[in-house]
Design a protein. Structure first.
Lengths: 1129, 391
């Protein structure tokens, strides 16, 4: 073992060399002490130093020779010396002479040397400066750039003015490569002489305007280093940076994205307001009068700044980058900037990163852990990606466990607990202990499983491993403390196990529990105390303390039985070696045993010792502390105070140079600061995205009328038609800018109209020269007006007398209109693979159709909040995006609901027509029911497709009245368009009789019924082939039902047969050695009667299907179902 | 400060368990562990950790690319090239050129022939001009590429990640794939690769050369390829498709309650192989620490048991469906040690040629922008990724 360690060590020492090489070249800390440390580590090097100074002589000779090859050889050897940490600074003069060499490789090696030793030999280094100055004027851009690079790396204060001059010149060089180098030089000069800041900022300002993608990343890096607080420098370049972003090299992308995240948090208002998603479709159909009132009543609705949207849209494609840092940067940008419902698009990409290197996994998991605390739903569909493998490193395991615990909820807890059971058995005991804590956390968070968890933990008490037992006791103690009422049997059980438990912490915990709840176990507690009195002297300190505690508590409650025992223990404690125990004993004695000296305190002894204690909180390590985590970050503060993806977040410590992410401003600063004279063609449509989501605000101003028209709410009234001409012209002219005005206006509610109108004038004149853009805009406007005409038509038809009350019906009618429209206008969407998909896709399609026409010109794929319902023409790209969306959606739903890899059928519970927009579907998740073993688990998806939110959804009367249902918790509120999955349990008592009950909302009640297929009343049962045969023999005769069936040709393969059978019935496959026999076994859920299915293949495609069970009715029904499934493909 | 890394390493026991981000009194250490080497970067200020980790991996990749392997001795032997490379890859802590194509134009990889020639002629292996890629808008490709045989090969490699439980039920399974390309085409070819069933691809990440817009709208890969080997695409197959598990494992590992021995019996058989041969089958079992030695008989292939790491490795080779390979025998356990709590998990490695298990198929490859007719080839391979059977 020792030998292994030391060899590891020497291997690491070798690796360290590499380490130093890279560390040093990163130059993040190029400090002299590095060399010293290095030398201290390699002492042999120091000893050999003498010998080498002699060796250096011949190197000098070689350097001074005329042959290039000799010089090169010498330089290579010198670099090797440097890499070994040996001193070669005495060669400095000889080396510097070669700085002007024509040989590029020689030159480069001289540069390496120079950069390393210039700070030590400042005077000599100056000799080389003139060579660099000459090279800065070289016609070859490569030489100019490398000269600047080395010049700026020489840390000699005297040459600061020369460097400054060189940087300024290079910043206006024709070659973007040289300009990039100058951006890097800025940081170097700044670290050498911070006094140059002002001049350097000037250069940064100039370079920020640069349009080359090469420069962008480097200059932003310089900006972050030198003047991260000068956010004003970014304004004019913001849009350019957003648009260039995709083409910038990957490292630059990371830096720019991080900077823009910070920028956006200071410049835009929060998109996280609750009403942001819903306010627009509610008001879309009011006529302008009522709308005006509405607008005034409501506090300013949220409108996303078009620039904000621009950033989100331009960063989205980068999620597909191969560079993990870029993906993480985009993910954190969405997390910190995007509206809540858009954040989830980053999930898939983050999960993808988990396939990458171990270190990447670690950082990504840390970030996911933080995210999953706040947003469970984001990662829940990917739960299985966080399953632990035995080969994972310990810190990865712990993080995965953490995430799984965060993701646990009512619906998936049984799956998670089953997974945890595997982990508890892990050979990695630290991990097993962490799992037990995680189970404890699940138990407190999800009240349904508290008992299950407790029972499971009690079972663990008989585990052979001490750490597991100890951890279980500690967690049980905490759990019991949270709900001590009904668990005296568990305490009794623990008392029984007490003799076998040796871990001090566990023993102490049990003693404490005894004492705390001694009144619940009045017979056992004194007995435990008696045992403890015997073994007191040989116990650990912590156990002794708790024994004293127990004695005191028993003395107070049951002094008759325990008085003598207590006194005996107190006497033992009095003479203990440990002063803590002596102290405690003295204190307890004074407190509980009345004597003349003790004053009033004695009266309160009972209240002091037996006060009810607050239960401990079991929560995430990422939020606070979680007992004893093996991780270094058990810190008192929340990790989520840091920006995701940062070093500070990873360490949970504020790192030097960390820039706080500011809170959203209450009022957005003037957005017009980002206007620039020259507008990039790419950007022209950007702002209309914001428009698409713009709810109407107060309309004092023509640009607002335009919105109204777009929203289709004008419905041909004179006022809007007159304004439409005006507004269309304005939209034509001002393109992006008019938008900003309106958003600005809404931001400040009552901003002075004078200012913004002048702004729009200016902007219209700005954009005038752009002919091309104008043309495109015109086209769009035409389409827009066509659109609005169509809309107003539908308005008139659908809701002639528009009133507030009928507005909802108007909306829904036009909604259906728009669906029809989309069918006509768009190429038919390719039929999704499954029937279920259709149902799933539909709501999505609706959302999309609600979007503005202008969106289509934009290729904007981000799922935006639904705005006014509108028909729209699908572009092919949008359509393909929809496919993608629907696919991913379904897959996520599938994952949640099918823990076994069998197909799941969904049934209708309540159609939205009968349910007045409220619909419900259900399926059988085929998981054991949590609530009662005799119940069948049912998951119900409640969807609100009406236009108002539904409240207090719960289950009402049931029939037959004896029907045993475990209801889901009342859903307080379901927003329009939203859906929620709830799980319930129904005891069908092994019959296919329908369970009838009422689904109630606050206003309505709907009678619904669930009729289970016979196959769903079963639970898979695992057994071996011999067992199966034995059981089958017992169920012959009356209990056997069989039929010969002809199977569809597609079904003859073994795999297909089992697929078909499993789709019909929830049974388990019994592995079999015979090829022509297939066996399945299950038990009925309520009574647990065995159901055995045998399928014997005969010639051609016939087969003999046999079912053995005592439930003959079920057998015949099951036979019928199976026959049907197998005979049709 | 490097000491603290070693301290952390000793504490963690296994170098794999060292946290990649560490804090020391004055510095932050961000490290990766690869090929038995630590690559460490030291920083004093805030920096996105992934930025550094990704870069360090690129450095290691580059060494691998240049020297064929990335080991301590190779790095020691090539210090000068390493210095030169790092010099080009970084400027003042900011990554500069990380594209292997660009780097190779500036610093030629060392070969024996070249070093001989260089010593004789005094030539150098450092390029004198700015790499053309650095400035163009296709930085990954150099101009003036010429081949006599123009060829483009694509390897579709899929890995099955799965966890199977005791009874053989799939707990978790997914398919991850990559397309590795080897493109040797002259000039500036513009390629389009399309699939028969692109909808299988659920989540993708691209080499920077792939045009994202084309993919979004048409689901085809359109790109100007880098010269030589590169990873074009990595993807994840949408999880709604059932994952075919190519083999099944019948296992019985048990330790006797008393006494110092245990039994092991493993049989592997084909399950869903789509009619293809399973090759390079290998079984790895990390045994509990209390197992002293094993005494087994394999009907096919050979097994080894590493006494220090307690890893049992069974190299089977081709899987013969007629005669299933079986490994059985006894395990000797340290006397007196308690019976291991959990049976060890079984890791399986395998390879199936000419099959992409997800069913993904390339339909065609078109080339634009150049006149010649390239030779094209697509190969499919399925491998086991993190394929684990719990026992």
């Amino acid at each position: 073992m020792n030998g292994g360690l030391s060899s590891l060590r020497s291997e690491a020492a070798g690796a360290m060399r590499t380490v130093l090489v890279s560390a040093e070249s990163l130059q993040l800390t190029l400090k002299p002490e590095l060399t010293q440390e290095e030398q201290a580590l390699t002492q042999s090097g120091r000893k050999a130093k003498e010998a080498h100074t002699a060796g250096n002589e011949d190197l000098k000779e070689m350097l001074e020779s005329n042959k290039e090859s000799l010089k090169l050889e010498a330089m290579k050897r010198i670099v090797q010396l440097i890499s070994k940490g040996k001193k070669s600074s005495d060669l400095f003069p000889a080396v510097v002479k070669n700085v002007a060499s024509k040989n590029i490789e020689l030159k480069k090696l001289v540069y390496v040397y120079l950069v390393r030793y210039a700070e030590e030999q400042q005077d000599l280094a100056l000799l080389s400066i003139s060579t660099f100055q000459r090279a800065l004027k070289d016609p070859n851009q490569f030489i100019r750039a490398s000269a600047l690079r080395v010049l700026s790396s020489i840390r000699v204060p005297i040459i600061v003015p020369i460097m400054m001059l060189a940087i300024k010149e290079a910043a206006s060089d024709l070659s973007p490569y040289v300009r990039k180098t100058s951006a890097h030089a800025i940081q170097k000069l700044y670290s050498l002489d911070a006094d140059q800041k002002e001049h350097l900022i000037e250069v940064i300002e100039k370079l920020l305007k640069d349009k080359s993608t090469l420069v962008a990343g480097s200059v932003v890096m310089a900006f972050e280093e030198v003047c991260p607080d000068r956010i004003d420098l970014i304004h004019k370049n913001y849009r350019k940076l957003c648009n260039l972003l995709v083409d910038v090299e990957e490292w630059g992308q990371v830096v720019i994205i991080n900077m823009l995240t910070r920028y956006a948090r200071t410049q835009f208002t929060s998109p996280w307001k609750e009403d942001a998603v819903f306010d627009d479709n509610e008001k879309a159909f009011y006529d302008s009068d009522s709308e005006e009132k509405q607008g005034q009543k409501e506090a300013k609705p949220y409108i996303m700044d078009p620039d904000h949207r621009l950033l989100l849209r331009n960063t989205k494609p980068l999620l597909q980058s191969r560079n993990t840092a870029v993906v993480m940067a985009v993910a954190q940008l969405y997390w910190h900037l995007a509206p809540k419902h858009e954040v989830s698009i980053v999930t898939k990409s983050l999960v993808r990163l988990l396939r990458s290197h171990r270190e990447v996994q670690y950082v990504v998991l840390e970030n996911i852990a933080t995210m999953s605390i706040q947003r469970k739903g984001m990662f829940e569909p990917y739960m299985k990606s966080f399953y632990v493998r035995s080969t994972d490193a310990t810190h990865i395991k712990t993080l995965k466990l953490e995430i799984l615990t965060n993701l646990a909820n009512e619906a998936n807890i049984s799956t998670i607990l089953r997974e945890f059971q595997t982990y508890v058995k892990s050979q990695d005991k630290a991990f097993a202990a962490a799992t037990i804590q995680a189970i404890g956390r699940c138990a407190t968070n999800i009240s349904e499983v508290t008992d299950t968890c407790l029972n499971g933990l009690v079972l663990l008490l008989s585990n052979r491993d001490e750490t597991v037992v100890a951890e279980s006791v500690v967690v049980i103690k905490k759990l019991l403390q949270t709900q001590p009422t009904q668990h005296s049997d568990i305490i009794k059980h623990m008392a029984k196990l007490f003799d076998n438990i040796t871990v001090p912490m566990a023993r102490a915990s049990i003693l404490w529990l005894m004492g705390e709840y001694c009144e619940r176990v009045p017979k056992i507690a004194p007995d435990v105390l008696r045992k403890m009195a015997k073994s007191f002297t040989s116990e650990e300190d912590i156990v002794k303390l708790q024994t004293v505690n127990l004695a005191a508590k028993l003395y107070l409650t049951n002094s008759k039985q325990t008085k003598l025992l207590t006194q005996y223990i107190l006497n033992l404690g009095k003479y203990d070696q440990n002063y803590d125990i002596r102290d405690r004993t003295r204190f307890i004695r004074q407190l509980i045993v009345p004597n003349e000296k003790s004053g009033t305190l004695n009266k309160y002894a009972r209240r002091i010792l037996l006060a009810s204690k607050p239960a401990p909180v079991l929560e995430s390590a990422f939020k606070g502390q979680l007992g004893q985590t093996p991780l270094p970050w058990t810190n008192e503060m929340d990790r989520d105070r840091f920006q995701l993806g940062t070093l500070s977040h990873s360490l949970n410590v504020k790192a030097a140079g960390y820039q706080e992410l500011s809170d959203w401003p209450a009022v957005a600063p003037d957005p017009s600061v980002r206007n620039v004279e020259v507008i990039e063609p790419v950007r022209e449509w950007a702002p209309s995205v914001g428009k698409a989501k713009q709810p109407k605000s107060d309309d004092k101003f023509y640009s607002d009328d335009e919105e109204k028209e777009e929203e289709g709410s004008g419905s041909g009234s004179e006022d809007s038609s007159s304004s439409s001409s005006g507004s269309s012209s304005s939209s034509e002219e001002s393109g992006s800018e008019s938008e900003e005005e309106s958003s600005e206006e809404s931001g400040k509610t009552s901003s002075d109209s004078g200012k913004s109108s002048s702004g729009s004038e200016a902007s219209s004149s700005e954009s005038e020269p752009e002919q091309k853009k104008k043309k495109r805009t015109k086209k769009a406007t035409q389409r827009k007006s066509k659109q609005s005409a169509a809309d107003s038509d539908s308005d008139e038809n659908g809701s002639g007398p528009v009133g507030k009350t009928s507005s909802s019906s108007a909306e829904s009618s036009s909604e259906s209109d728009s669906e029809e429209d989309s069918d006509v206008d768009s190429p038919p969407p390719p039929s999704p693979p499954q029937k279920k998909t259709v149902a799933k896709t539909k709501p999505k399609v609706e959302v999309k159709t609600k979007k503005e026409v202008s969106l289509l010109d934009l290729d904007d794929f981000s799922p935006a909040p639904p705005s006014a319902p509108k028909s729209s023409v699908f572009s092919s790209s949008l359509l393909s995006d929809l496919e993608g969306l629907s696919l991913s959606n379904v897959s996520s739903a599938m994952q949640v609901t099918t823990p076994s890899f069998g197909p799941v059928k969904t049934y209708e519970l309540l159609h939205h027509m009968t349910g007045k927009g409220f619909s419900a579907k259900y399926h059988f998740p085929r998981q054991p029911c949590l609530y009662q073993p005799s119940m069948v688990a049912v998951q119900v998806i409640l969807t609100n497709s009406s236009d108002h939110s539904l409240e207090e959804i719960h289950i009402g009367d049931r029939s037959p009245a004896s029907l045993n249902i475990h209801c889901f918790n009342t859903v307080e509120r379901l927003e329009p368009g939203a859906s929620v999955t709830v799980s319930m349990g129904i005891d069908f008592s092994d019959s296919t009789q329908a369970a009838n009950f009422q689904l109630c909302t606050k206003e309505d009640q709907f009678s619904v019924s669930i009729q289970p297929a016979v196959g769903e009343l079963l639970m898979p049962s695992t057994m071996t082939e011999p067992d199966f045969c034995n059981e089958q023999k017992k169920l012959m005769g009356m209990n056997e039902t069989s039929a010969s069936i002809t199977m569809a040709t597609a079904n003859t393969s073994k795999q297909n047969i089992s697929k078909q059978v499993l789709s019909v019935a929830n049974v388990g496959v019994v592995s079999s050695g015979q090829n022509d026999l297939q066996r399945f076994a299950g038990r009925t859920v309520s009574s647990g009667a065995l159901v055995l299915v045998t399928l014997e293949l005969r010639e051609a495609s016939t087969a003999l299907l046999t079912i053995n069970t005592e439930k003959s009715v079920m057998a015949s029904m099951l036979l019928r179902d199976l026959k049907q499934a197998l005979s049709q493909s | 400060m490097i000491h603290s890394l070693f301290l952390a390493k000793e504490k963690a026991g296994d170098p794999e368990n060292v946290a990649p981000v560490l804090q020391t009194p004055h510095h932050y250490l961000i490290s990766i562990y690869r090929d038995k080497l630590f690559f460490v970067s030291v920083t004093q200020t805030e920096v996105p950790p992934l930025f550094v980790i990704e870069f360090l991996h690129r450095v290691a990749d580059t060494f691998q690319d240049y020297f064929g392997e990335c080991s301590e001795s190779v790095i020691k032997d090539n210090t000068v090239t390493v210095y030169e490379l790092l010099e080009e890859m970084l400027d003042n802590g900011f990554p500069l050129a990380t594209e292997s194509n660009v780097l190779k134009e500036m610093i030629r990889p060392p070969t024996i022939l070249r070093s001989v020639v260089n010593t004789l002629t005094g030539g150098s292996n450092v390029g004198g001009t700015l790499p053309t890629g650095q400035l163009s808008n296709v930085p990954w490709r150099r101009v003036g590429v010429k081949y006599t045989n123009n060829e483009a090969y694509f390897d579709v490699i899929e890995e099955i990640d799965a966890i199977l439980d005791k009874s053989g039920t799939t707990v978790f399974a997914e398919i991850q794939g990559v397309i590795e390309a080897c493109v040797k085409l002259s000039g500036m070819p513009d390629l389009t690769l399309s699939f028969m069933n692109p909808r299988l691809l659920d989540d993708v990440s691209f080499h920077p050369c792939v045009r994202f817009k084309r993919w979004e709208s048409e689901r085809v890969l359109s790109f100007i390829p880098p010269d030589g080997n590169f990873r074009l695409l990595s993807y994840h197959v949408s999880s709604q498709n059932l994952v075919a598990i190519p083999v099944y494992v019948k296992q019985n590992i048990s330790f006797l309650e008393t006494g110092s021995c245990g039994r092991l019996d493993i049989t592997i058989g084909p399950k869903q192989t789509m009619g293809k041969m399973v090759e390079s089958l290998m079984v790895t079992i990390p045994m509990p620490k209390s197992v002293l030695n094993v005494n087994l008989i394999a009907t096919q292939g050979t097994y080894t048991f590493d006494l220090s790491t307690k890893v049992l490795l069974w190299d089977i080779g081709k899987l013969n469906p007629q005669k299933l390979p079986n490994l059985r025998g006894s395990l000797s356990v340290q006397p007196g040690a308690p019976k291991p709590e959990e049976n060890p998990s079984i890791n399986i490695d395998l390879k199936i040629q000419q099959l992409a298990i997800s069913g993904l198929k390339v339909s065609r490859l078109d080339m634009y922008g150049e006149k010649y007719k390239p030779f094209k080839g697509v190969k499919y391979v399925t491998k086991a990724g993190k394929f684990q059977v719990r026992t």
